[in-house]
Design a protein around this ligand. Structure first.
Ligand SMILES: Cc1cc2nc3c(=O)[nH]c(=O)nc-3n(C[C@H](O)[C@H](O)[C@H](O)COP(=O)(O)OP(=O)(O)OC[C@H]3O[C@@H](n4cnc5c(N)ncnc54)[C@H](O)[C@@H]3O)c2cc1C
Length: 385
């Protein structure tokens, strides 16, 4: 099967998103210095589009419109096309933007109608930042070992206790989702909706050298009260909530993270082409350009696969691993091509190299993606073509 991105709807989006991306670059360093400057850029079309992404069509009367088409960002295929282009302008601004983001996928999957109306209604009514809190200190890749707890008192009231780490946008968010334990094992994990003005919620930004726009944060939950109506998936069997839902959420969004890495790689190659000595590194750049093309095909295919069946995340893992490696190599090779002082003389390329490192960790490192792929291979889950 060959999947191309020549479908007219996606072509129109790609072309427009490429224009939006150019408008991000002039603000990229300012956002690095002060991630709060995102508030000044809410009118930029890329930021507006990201803010509208993932709201289900039945709840979104005002989607992004380009020509005759409407875009809701509810398919992985649409998201990878937009993410590659926007990230080639500035991945930091993409991640700093308001919107439903990871939590939106989770609420769409697990929320009952009232929870979805509440969550997406909040995101739709004004620019709203959200967070998705799974990772814990010292338990990043081993998410199954999470120890944040949701405790039930004798009167039935619920409170959250514990810590999360490296959570994007947690200091500027108004609401988000938190994974917590109600008992041992994978079935003892639930996801709950939390508002950040609740008593006992504390978030502080972590200092990072890449993707600073994402403002990844540490969160403490000191007895945060949780309304029982905010526990996601209470109407579903336990096997359909908890860690199962986190894995599916990652499967659905991982092609988008791969596309962010691809956008960074492309930006580095384009920069090296226009700033290097004419022709000197042409072959090396052509080889990297070819890898951009093949990685894009893999990402699109992975996106089609998770849109078809969100349980099939193996191609998404392969795509994320390949794209993260390409981003790292494209940025570092481009720096090398531009000479020993390139990090100082070409701050844009230096920023791309730092951002590429950040993408390596988002939604699982290459090692963890390779373990997923290996698992699929040993179970015979890859098809032959
Ligand atoms: C920009 C950014 C945004 C993020 N956003 C969020 C967010 O919104 N919400 C959230 O919950 N988390 C978020 N994260 C956290 C991210 O999911 C974790 O960083 C990631 O899961 C890795 O965990 P860790 O950093 O604790 O590294 P560790 O798990 O400690 O890994 C350290 C090293 O050990 C290797 N390693 C670990 N386990 C294995 C293994 N089994 N086999 C081989 N090698 C292994 C890893 O590859 C890595 O090189 C974000 C991170 C970044 C950088």
């Amino acid at each position: 099967m060959t999947i191309t991105d020549q479908d007219d709807r996606l072509r129109v989006l790609r072309e427009r998103a490429r224009e939006w991306a150019e408008q991000l670059r002039p603000h990229a360093f300012e956002l690095e210095r002060d991630p709060d400057t995102v508030y000044r850029h809410l009118d930029l079309p890329a930021v507006d589009y990201v803010g509208k992404m993932l709201i289900p069509p039945r709840m979104q009367p005002n989607p992004m419109r380009i020509g005759d088409y409407e875009y809701y960002g509810t398919t992985a295929v649409e998201r990878v096309v937009a993410a590659e282009e926007i990230a080639s302008g500035d991945a930091g601004m993409f991640l700093a933007s308001p919107g439903a983001s990871l939590s939106g996928v989770l609420v769409g999957m697990l929320g009952d109608e009232a929870q979805q109306q509440w969550y997406f209604g909040r995101v739709r009514e004004r620019p709203t930042w959200t967070f998705f809190a799974l990772t814990e200190p010292a338990r990043g890749s081993d998410a199954m070992a999470l120890s944040t707890t949701l405790r039930k008192a004798s009167d039935g009231s619920l409170t959250l206790h514990g810590e999360k780490r490296y959570v994007g946008n947690a200091t500027r968010a108004q609401l988000g989702t938190v994974f917590a334990r109600t008992g041992p094992g994978p079935l003892g994990v639930v996801a709950v909706l939390v508002e950040t003005d609740a008593p006992g919620y504390q978030a502080e930004p972590l200092d990072t050298i890449g993707l600073r726009g994402a403002q990844i944060s540490a969160i403490r939950f000191d007895g945060v009260p949780v309304d029982p109506g905010r526990v996601l998936g209470a109407h579903l069997p336990a096997s359909a909530r908890g860690m199962w839902s986190a894995l599916r959420t990652f499967n659905l969004l991982r092609p988008g993270v791969a596309a962010i890495a691809l956008g960074i790689a492309r930006a580095a190659i384009e920069y090296a082409r226009s700033n290097g000595e004419r022709g000197r590194h042409r072959e090396e750049l052509d080889r990297l350009g070819h890898r951009v093309h093949t990685t894009r095909q893999l990402i699109l295919r992975a996106a089609h696969e998770v849109d078809r069946d969100p349980r099939n995340g193996y191609l998404a893992s392969a795509a994320k691993a390949q794209a993260a490696q390409l981003a790292e190599e494209a940025t570092l090779q481009s720096l090398r091509m531009l000479g020993p002082g390139a990090r100082f003389e070409h701050p844009w390329l230096d920023k791309l190299a730092r951002d590429a490192r950040g993408v390596e960790f988002m939604e699982g490192t290459r090692n963890v993606q390779r373990l997923n792929v290996c698992h699929a291979l040993t179970k015979g889950r890859f098809d032959d073509d």
